[in-house]
Design a protein around this ligand. Structure first.
Ligand code: GAL
Length: 666
């Protein structure tokens, strides 16, 4: 029978079909040397498994499964449906995706299929079924891996098949009544009124801005179509291979917004995520930490698997900086610190051919006599020594609300300023909270907020009445709530909430904004009142009146000079703060000092701007993770046992510059 996933699994994508047999023997030897215990097999092997319409070749995969099992390595087996083989698209060019400006995307790269194509689905399910029937009881099998990064290159397809599927989706959403669609889409504007669903199209390239609600619904539809591709394969796997968990790898990172992973997470047996740091970004580990907390949010707080990241450079950013010595270990451990129960990479052996030959792997082109390989082995040993954290998770007192639909709405065209980016405030507030030792859960606005002392609502442009009420209820019940600009502006249909901004939160916050005053590119203003010195701000200002709140900070200059920039109102036994501008990092730090002090959230010991400290909690123990991203040693007043060094610590842990520690707390 299939066996469970290894605790804190270590390994990565394994593509033996790219290499001659001799390499496979060496692979298994080196996997053993480096402690690899889980590999993802077959992700892009459709053309190998099914070389023609009625031809199947499982011999090579049988051999791999058996050999890996003999070597004690578990398999995350892909359903291999991510990239259709050339014979399929040659026979059915109608399954190719079409862009919003009408270009057909050709095969020759990967993922060349329309997510709504019935032909694609029929063939994908046949392959998925064949694999499930063949391997469901293989002893190496630990996990099923549906497709790969659904939507990575084909998230939105505008072909006629997609258009018909979109219309079906709209009929279901709008009770089969086109009048409801007209209301929701505000089609009285620009003569867009429909009298039949048959007239409705995806938002293809148009003479000017497409209807925003049409765009928003198309994003919802596209995410749902991709999720459906997961669900149909998952159901086949559950039926034929019961008891083996099913996942598909998310792409929770700043670069990816197309899939509503906070909804998707509920459909997976175990969430897995791929994360790639933004090369060359100063402090890229902060985006990693935010994404990892968001990934835990998609998993409903449970442990998740880091399915892919890179040992060093990738090949798809404009300039692919290599990681510095020690950086891979810090990156990998940071994911564990935020709740990952596996550390896997793309990919085992760096390819010698193909579009990813310059992408790093666990085994570099230069072989094992390299610093990179030595670090891989070192990391694997380190993970062995902290294995006991597996199964534990984080429980925090601060929450950041995050919603992919709000992201989509916020970044649509025809808005007051292109500089308002959805993740921007969330990431900076997360950074400032982390620097002050505050652990954060990143959760959907519909989550239960009752246990949080601090609730952060950044740029929640689109919000439902229920979510807005839940935020207000959290403040009433004693939480400190903070809302930032461009929140609560529209309802689910992207219709403005009237009566003054920020509509959905106006009463809670006790403010009323009559006009947005976005700043020009490069323009900044000063804000005083958050500390001794004035701080800087840019991007945004508002013509804001107090309506029950008091001003905490005021604009010194700029279009809103003299008006409130940060406000606070007492609400029930809590409070509600509003931040009407984009504070610079120093300003955000000052703001967060106030919020932390007022809310009384726990601050973990030893944290700082460059020292990441998180806690995982299990049934009988808790562990403090310390990751020192800085250039100076960090002092952490913790008592317990450091699993990394194997030494007891009595309130005086010193973590070297660039070093890490995992302390089982006394
Ligand atoms: C992911 C993908 C992998 C590989 C990797 C490179 O998007 O799942 O197959 O392409 O990126 O960074």
């Amino acid at each position: 029978m299939p066996t469970p996933l290894p605790a804190l699994a270590f390994g990565g994508d394994y593509n033996p079909e790219q290499w001659p047999r001799e390499a496979h023997v060496e692979d298994r030897e080196l996997m053993r040397e480096s402690g690899v215990d889980l590999v993802t097999l077959g992700v892009f092997s459709w053309a190998w498994l099914q070389p023609g319409p009625d031809q199947w070749d499982f011999a090579w995969l049988d051999e791999q499964m058996d050999d890996l099992h003999a070597a004690g390595i578990k398999v995350d087996l892909a359903t291999a449906t991510a990239s259709p083989p050339p014979w399929l698209t040659q026979r059915h060019p109608e399954m190719l995706p079409i862009t919003h400006d009408g270009r057909t995307l050709s095969p020759g790269g990967r993922q060349a299929f329309c997510p709504s194509s019935p032909i694609y689905r029929e063939h994908a399910l046949a392959l998925c079924t064949a694999l499930a029937e063949r391997y469901h009881d293989h002893p190496a099998l630990a996990l099923w891996h549906v497709s790969n990064e659904l939507g990575c290159h084909n998230a939105r397809c505008y072909c006629d098949v997609s258009a018909a599927a979109f219309r079906d989706w709209l009929r279901a959403r709008y009770d089969d009544d086109v009048a409801h669609l007209n209301d929701a889409w505000g089609t009285a504007f620009w003569s867009q009124r429909y009298d039949d669903f048959a007239q409705v199209l995806p938002p293809r390239v148009a003479p000017t801005h497409a209807n925003p609600t049409q765009q928003l619904d198309f994003l919802r539809f596209s995410s749902d179509q991709l999720l459906d591709n997961f669900v149909v394969e998952r159901d086949v796997l559950h039926r034929i291979s019961p008891g083996v968990p099913v996942t598909t790898n998310f792409m929770v990172m700043r670069q990816t917004m197309e899939m509503d992973y906070l909804r998707w997470g509920r459909e997976l047996d175990v969430v897995s995520n791929d994360h790639y740091v933004i090369a060359g970004e100063e402090g890229s580990h902060r985006e990693l930490a935010f994404s990892a907390d968001l990934t835990r949010g998609t998993a409903g707080g449970r442990p998740w698997l880091l399915m892919e990241h890179s040992t060093s450079a990738v090949n798809w950013q404009p300039r692919n900086r290599a990681k510095k010595p020690g950086e891979m270990i810090r990156n990998s451990l940071a994911h564990v610190a935020h709740g990952a129960d596996a550390v896997l990479y793309f990919q085992w052996r760096a390819s010698r051919a193909g579009a990813e030959k310059f992408h790093s792997g666990l085994l570099p082109h230069a072989g094992t006599d390299t610093r990179q390989w030595r670090e891989v082995v070192e990391l694997s040993r380190l993970l062995d020594s902290v294995e006991e954290v597996s199964g534990s998770t984080a429980r925090n007192e601060a929450a950041i609300l995050f919603d992919y639909e709000a992201w989509w709405g916020c970044e649509l065209d025809s808005h007051p300023s292109i500089d308002v980016r959805y993740r921007d405030r969330a990431e900076d507030l997360h950074r400032a909270l982390s620097a002050q030792g505050v652990g954060v859960d990143v959760v959907h606005p519909s989550a239960d907020l009752s246990s949080y002392k601090l609730v952060v609502v950044p740029t929640l442009y689109l919000v439902s009445d229920e979510a807005a009420a839940a935020v207000a209820a959290a403040a009433e019940a004693g939480a400190t709530v903070v809302v930032t600009y461009f929140s609560g502006i529209v309802d689910e249909h992207d219709h403005i909430r009237l009566g003054g901004y920020p509509g959905a939160f106006r009463d809670l916050l006790g403010v009323r904004t009559t006009e947005f005053l976005p700043l020009l590119e490069g323009e900044s203003v000063r804000v005083e009142g958050l500390g001794d010195a004035a701080v800087g701000a840019d991007t945004w200002a508002e013509d804001l009146e107090l309506a029950g709140a008091s001003a905490v900070a005021t604009y010194v200059d700029g279009p809103a000079a003299g008006l409130p920039a940060v406000t606070r109102r007492e609400v029930g036994s809590g409070s509600a703060w509003y931040v009407a501008t984009r504070l610079d990092p120093a300003g955000t730090d000052r703001l967060v000092e106030h919020l932390v002090a007022e809310s009384g959230v726990e601050q973990l010991p030893g944290a700082g701007a460059d020292v990441e400290v998180t806690r995982r909690v299990g049934d009988a123990a808790s562990w403090l993770f310390v990751i020192n991203h800085g250039g100076a040693p960090a002092a952490v007043p913790v008592h317990g046992h450091d699993l990394v060094t194997g030494r007891d610590v009595a309130g005086d842990l010193e973590v070297a510059a660039g070093g890490v520690a995992v302390v089982r707390e006394a």
